[in-house]
Design a protein around this ligand. Sequence first.
Ligand code: F6R
Ligand code: MG
Ligand code: MG
Length: 365
Amino acid sequence: MKITLSVIKADIGGYVGHSSSHPDILAEAQRCLEKAKKSGLLIDFHVTRCGDDLQLIMTHEQGVENERVHKLCWDTFVSGTEVAKKLGLYGAGQDLLSDAFSGNVKGMGPGVAEMQFEERKSEPVIVFMADKTSAGAWNMPLYRTFADPFTTIGLVIAPNMHSGFSFEVHDVKETKKVTFSAPEEIYDMLVFIGAPSRYIVKAVYSREAGNIAAVTSTQKLSLIAGRYVGKDDPVCVVRCQGEFPAVGEVLEPFALPHLVEGWMRGSHHGPLMLVSIPQSNPSRFDGPPRVVAAGFQITGGKLVGPRDMFDDPSFDEARRQANRIAEYMRRHGPFEPHRLPLDEMEYTTMPQVSKKLRGRFVKLD
Ligand code: F6R
Ligand code: MG
Ligand code: MG
């Protein structure tokens, strides 16, 4: 059976500030999607959150970029925004960049990761969701899971994974895409995906059978809106086991809290801290950036789960390491490389301050 798994998310109001989500927003989304399930549009759904982002995880048979499914999400975000306004939540409707739905939520603010596949006899998937970071945050973990044998031993010893994976990479500035084959082209690929603010891994496919293994949201809010409107807070879906990496090989890269862009005012580097879903409340300096993982078994399109995959003491050390890195980075205050380089900061006073000081700059001898 060919099913589509769609994860569509938006920040439609934070509680308190940008730190978390109010339960009434989740309840409203639950109500909207329940109706859509009864109508037959959705097979199943799960509503959750990561920090201040509302996450709609849905299965259906309508294919990717389906107008009815996208409209359902848009309408859900709009009615959630009404609840957010009533509660006076912070930044109510912040990610809805347009006034009216026009066929597809892509390019309108929400983040979108969708994949269609023939359901296997048993279909384990993990939905990763991050807050206070940008769309390129998945580059390193996806590289490590699908191309690095030090993370994924299956690449070496599992016959059905030994031929490797191909990576679809998007240049979000030039709106172009390119596909690389791993392992042969990893050096070429790393030239690009090592610069995750511009080159973003959109999808990964098994080379053996050509099946989709992973998909991410690549919407860059700042590029869509032409100004800063909040961080992308991206999502990523990964199929596991069999011809794909095992659950533990998919989770393993997150045991290194790698440095990502985001955190306070979307203008800092900080460690991506893996947490359980209830702990996804970025508070210290509006962070540090968080990632959660909801695991499901999909059967007949039904979402059996979620299991909160990072709610495991084996990741405690990674959390401690993230806190130590966060402390070290914070002590740099307004200096790079904690603060992002000038052209990548989401907030800046540079034009005003430069204007004020224009006459005071004199030529060097
Ligand atoms: C980062 C983020 C927060 C805000 C900060 C200022 O992604 O959402 O760090 O940038 O709290 O928010 P405003 O400008 O809304 O007062
Ligand atoms: Mg917010
Ligand atoms: Mg957010």
